[in-house]
Structure formats: structure tokens, C-alpha cells
Design a protein around this ligand. Structure first.
Ligand SMILES: Cc1cc2nc3c(=O)[nH]c(=O)nc-3n(C[C@H](O)[C@H](O)[C@H](O)COP(=O)(O)OP(=O)(O)OC[C@H]3O[C@@H](n4cnc5c(N)ncnc54)[C@H](O)[C@@H]3O)c2cc1C
Length: 317
């Protein structure tokens, strides 16, 4: 297999989460203010929708109760650049990361090509791929010079590997840290790869516990942008997109069609009552037999404009 085949696409799976996240958090909070025994409180919490109570809690800033609930993600097809950034999040975040010491890359390594390089065109993508080929040759050379001794030679041969190198990890974060992570990393000031990942993780969380994550994301969702001169100035668009997402989640039976052509990788979209996460941006089909937009979801399904019931292409011009 040529190393060109090792170009990787990001994949994010929500593997596990604390059952009944919203009830668990409400139980933690109500316990603080109640004389009742825990079983009695649990009955009361389970008997009533807790959304309004949780919104109140978060407005009050009573956030420690959010630590009772965790979400665990499987993440593949991301770079070591991303790894360096995401592991800066220390509190309420746990990582298990594929090791470059125990795993040898003698048969090749996966790598991420930044979209900006892909946009330069095929010649530049090939140039990047050929540079990866060179690095693999150097890695092999060091493996040989270090005695091709498995773990022993892997641990030093890896020093020649690039930041583009693919990694995969299991990541568990509690809800308090997730909300903090989304605030920093979904902001347009964050670097593209971690921003895309955070956006996709947020979309997955929204399908499970919308009350906990409805206002999670860049600071401009909740108030003034703190970035001053560096602000992207898109606060109004970001707030509108979030309102649309919340509405769509409340009425999944109504196909959410408004912006099919603007659908970005990692965004939620709805077709016939079911939610999907876009694994590609919506783009013009490369297939001459289909003259329209296409997007792929997490499960690898392709979605066409005709799948979006009632979709009417915007008028040109
Ligand atoms: C746009 C952007 C650019 C960045 N650029 C750089 C850069 O150039 N160089 C660089 O080194 N980093 C950079 N970072 C990383 C940044 O400095 C943080 O390390 C990272 O975002 C993790 O966030 P956090 O510190 O809030 O950590 P988390 O682990 O997510 O901590 C959560 C919160 O817990 C509290 N906390 C955590 N640890 C402590 C502690 N030891 N003492 C007291 N309170 C604590 C803080 O309130 C903290 O906000 C950048 C981040 C962003 C979003």
C-alpha cells in the first residue's frame, strides 16, 4: 500500500455517557437544597422534566454538579497537532492515546492533510504526500540503525515523525469541562482542526442532552465577544445557527432544510425525523450524472438535495 492511502478522515464516536445525564445533575443539585432522603428525591426528579431547573442552575453558575456526568468519545483521524492542544485541558478530562512507542509505523503511518493545502490543488497534495513518503523512509532508516528492536527502536525512531501524523484516542470529559472546552475551542479564534472536532463533539452531545449544551460554545452565544479587535464579528450568525439547531432538535419530524448548501463538516442535520452529523461539507457532486449538492454523514451515507423534503434550491444571482 502506498503511503498516499494513509490520508485520514476524522471520525468521532460518542461511545458512552452517564445514563440520564440531566436527571443525574438535577438530583445532585436538589440534594444540596433539600431535607429529603436520596431515594425520595430521585423519585421526584424522575417524575418531572428537569430542563427548566437545569437552565436555572446554569444561570446561577452552580456548575460543580455538572461534574457528575461524563461523556466518552472515540476519536480517530486527528493529528498530533490536535493532540498537543487537546491534552492542555487538564481538569475533568481523561485521555488514552495510541502510543508511538508500542505501535510501530514501519508499514506506514496515517496523516492529516490540512484543508488549506488540499485547496491548493492536487499537485500540492501530491507534494505533501511525497514529503510524508520521505519521512517514512527516514523513519525506516532509523529503525534499522537502532537495531529494529520493536519498542526499543520505536521509541527513538519516532522523533523523526511529523506533527501531521494521525493519532487516535479515547477521551472522557465531564460536562463542566466539556462546556469549558466548547467555549474555548468552538470559537473561530481556535485552530481549525480542534474547532472542527469540538463542533462535532458538541453536536453529538446535543442529541443526548440538549438542555446541558444548548448554550455551550463560543462566549458570543451568551454575551459579548471577549476577543475585542480579534473578534470574527459573526456573533449574530452563530447565535442564529444555534437557535436553528435547538428548534430542529425539538421538531426532528420536520426536515430541517433551510441551509443544506451551507452544511459544514461536523454539523447536525435532519432528514425525515432523524438526526445525522455531516462528515463532509455540503459540496457540488463530482458525479456528472448528478447535478447538485451532496453531503456524507457519519455512517458513510450520502445525502442529496432530493433527500431534503421540500428543499428548494435558492435562486441564482
Ligand atoms: C485560541 C487559543 C490559542 C491558544 N494559544 C496558546 C499558545 O500560544 N500557547 C500555549 O501555551 N497555549 C495556548 N492555548 C492553550 C491555553 O493556554 C490553555 O492551556 C488551554 O486552552 C486549556 O485551557 P485551560 O487552561 O482552561 O485548561 P483546563 O484543563 O480545561 O482547565 C479548566 C479550568 O480549570 C481551572 N484550572 C485548571 N488548572 C488550574 C490550575 N493549575 N490552577 C488554577 N486553576 C486551574 C481554570 O479555571 C481553567 O480554565 C491556546 C488556547 C486557545 C483556545
Amino acid at each position: 500500500m502506498s503511503i498516499a492511502d494513509y490520508q485520514k478522515q476524522r471520525k468521532v464516536i460518542l461511545l458512552r455517557h452517564t445514563p440520564s445525564p440531566e436527571e443525574t445533575i438535577a438530583l445532585g443539585a436538589k440534594l444540596c437544597y433539600s431535607k429529603s432522603e436520596i431515594e425520595d428525591l430521585r423519585g421526584k426528579v424522575e417524575a418531572k422534566d428537569q430542563s427548566a431547573f437545569i437552565e436555572k442552575l446554569m444561570n446561577m453558575g452552580h456548575e460543580s454538579v455538572l461534574e457528575h456526568v461524563t461523556f466518552t468519545f472515540g476519536i480517530e483521524g486527528v493529528s498530533r497537532v490536535l493532540l498537543a492542544q487537546i491534552t492542555r485541558h487538564r481538569i475533568g478530562a481523561s485521555f488514552s492515546v495510541q502510543s508511538q512507542r508500542y505501535v510501530s509505523y514501519k508499514d506506514g503511518f496515517g496523516y492529516i492533510i490540512p484543508p488549506a493545502i488540499q485547496k491548493l490543488g492536487l499537485d500540492y497534495v501530491k507534494k505533501f504526500q511525497s514529503q510524508m513518503e520521505n519521512i517514512l523512509t527516514w523513519y525506516d532508516e532509523w529503525q534499522q540503525l537502532l537495531g529494529d528492536a520493536g519498542e526499543k527502536s520505536n521509541e527513538d525512531a519516532r522523533f523523526i515523525l511529523p506533527n501531521a501524523c494521525e493519532t487516535r484516542m479515547l477521551l472522557t470529559m465531564n460536562v463542566r469541562e466539556l462546556r469549558h472546552f466548547f467555549q474555548l475551542r468552538m470559537c473561530s479564534r481556535a485552530q481549525w482542526e480542534i474547532r472542527d472536532l469540538a463542533t462535532e463533539m458538541h453536536a453529538l452531545c446535543m442529541t443526548v442532552a440538549p438542555t446541558l449544551f444548548a448554550d455551550a460554545g463560543p462566549a458570543c452565544l451568551r454575551g459579548k465577544c471577549p476577543e475585542g479587535e480579534k473578534s470574527c464579528g459573526k456573533g449574530a450568525d452563530i447565535r442564529k445557527a444555534r437557535e436553528d439547531m435547538i428548534e430542529a432538535l425539538k421538531h426532528p419530524e420536520t426536515t430541517h432544510v433551510e441551509d443544506m448548501r451551507k452544511l459544514l463538516k461536523g454539523e447536525l442535520f435532519f432528514v425525515n425525523g432523524a438526526s445525522h452529523i455531516a462528515s463532509t461539507d455540503a459540496h457540488i457532486s463530482g458525479d456528472a450524472s448528478y447535478d447538485g449538492y451532496i453531503v456524507y454523514d457519519e455512517a458513510g451515507n450520502s445525502w442529496f438535495e432530493s433527500d431534503f423534503a421540500g428543499y428548494e434550491p435558492p435562486e441564482e444571482g
